[in-house]
Design a protein around this ligand. Structure first.
Ligand SMILES: NC(=O)c1ccc[n+]([C@@H]2O[C@H](COP(=O)([O-])OP(=O)(O)OC[C@H]3O[C@@H](n4cnc5c(N)ncnc54)[C@H](OP(=O)(O)O)[C@@H]3O)[C@@H](O)[C@H]2O)c1
Length: 323
């Protein structure tokens, strides 16, 4: 099968499209012919081997695994003898390391769920990492409640475009922060208010928020706290790339230290691949309550270009690969 592989860390030049063996089908495995994949910052970090602290798990000098990619959508090709939830021909989506490839094998108990009718492979592939992050950040860490005032800083990217729609689905009054060119987009996906960060500093606004989902990590705690109600929660999702050693974790540590004595809650979390949450997202997709925003489409052979574009940090929604 054709797959994107790499044997060293580095910029997009280190990856190549090669013919490798199709993954072995295990007894509890579902072999999926991938039709579309999507690109996430986690793939970019995995490719570059940054921040360096992350290499403790992924391989100190070179990556332990040669594959790349996480989000996929496709058609079930074959199932192991113990599999009961899926059959060949089912259309599915989910997350699995090495998703930038023609086939992935996923254990049926893991992050793989049926694709709802009326949703394209590209739309479904856009969902897993970014939408799980938005859902878990708002619901589990942010404890979002109907009627709350929620600010999404970084509303126009992969996570942000899902977060705006999911916060609206929870009945919140949503403010999105993005740059001038994305104001209309963020309004079109349901934001009640949009702040253009090139013209206005959201931390100088008169509005107050109960929940701030900080995807961009562009402002320090001393500024963010000004617009947070006394019982508010700040959920740290992402931050600029930061130093080679600590990457975005530097920003996370600074905010958590600075907010140590605050009454307001500050939480950082890493999204987890949860099958039940993927099923919730499938329902939201089926109802068109959540519609993935797709910025650019690339072929599998153009994965390096897709990653280069993502690395610039200004995607409008998701970047998908057609496999
Ligand atoms: N904690 C987790 O589990 C988790 C999971 C997924 C992602 N993340 C992190 O979340 C972050 C975003 O991921 P993503 O997939 O959404 O990235 P993305 O698709 O590349 O989007 C980045 C977005 O950030 C916006 N942005 C850049 N500078 C900004 C600023 N100063 N103020 C407001 N918005 C700004 C950009 O909008 P403009 O073009 O308008 O500037 C762009 O839309 C990354 O740091 C990623 O590592 C964390």
């Amino acid at each position: 099968m054709r797959a994107i592989v790499r044997s060293t860390y580095g910029s997009p030049e280190v990856i190549e499209l090669r013919d490798i063996e199709v993954p072995v089908l295990t007894d509890d495995g579902v072999l999926v012919r991938v039709q579309a994949a999507s690109v996430n910052r986690v793939d970019w970090y995995s490719m570059t081997g940054t921040p360096l602290v992350g290499r403790v798990g992924s391989g100190l000098l070179k990556p332990k695994g040669e594959g790349l990619g996480t989000d996929f959508a496709g058609t079930v090709e074959a199932v192991g003898k113990d599999v009961s939830l899926f059959r060949p021909g089912d259309v599915v989506f989910g997350g699995r390391d090495g998703a930038f490839a023609e086939y992935v094998c996923v254990r049926e108990s893991r992050a793989i769920v049926p694709m709802p009718a009326g949703v394209t492979f590209e739309e479904a592939a856009a969902v897993p990492v970014a939408a799980l992050t938005a859902l878990q950040g708002l619901r589990d860490k942010g404890q979002i409640v109907r009627g709350q005032h929620v600010l999404i800083n970084g509303a126009s990217g992969g996570v942000g475009t899902f977060a705006v729609q999911i916060a609206k689905a929870f009945g919140a009054e949503v403010t999105g922060v993005c740059s001038t060119g994305n104001v209309d987009l963020v309004r079109s996906i349901g934001a009640d208010h949009v702040i253009d960060y090139t013209r206005e500093d959201f931390t100088r606004s008169d509005r107050r928020y109960d929940l701030l989902l900080d995807v961009a990590g562009s402002r320090p705690w001393s500024a963010c706290r000004r617009v947070l109600n006394p019982q508010a929660t700040l959920v740290l999702v992402g931050a600029p790339k930061g130093s080679r050693l600590f990457g975005p974790l530097g920003h996370v540590a600074r905010v958590q230290l600075a907010a140590f004595r605050s009454r307001r809650k500050v939480v950082f979390f890493i999204a987890r691949f949860d099958k039940a949450d993927l099923a919730i997202l499938a329902e939201l997709l089926a109802a068109r309550t959540v519609v993935p925003v797709i910025d650019r489409r690339y072929e599998l052979s153009q994965t390096a270009e897709a990653l280069r574009y993502l690395g610039e940090g200004h995607a409008r929604g998701k970047i998908v690969l057609s496999v």
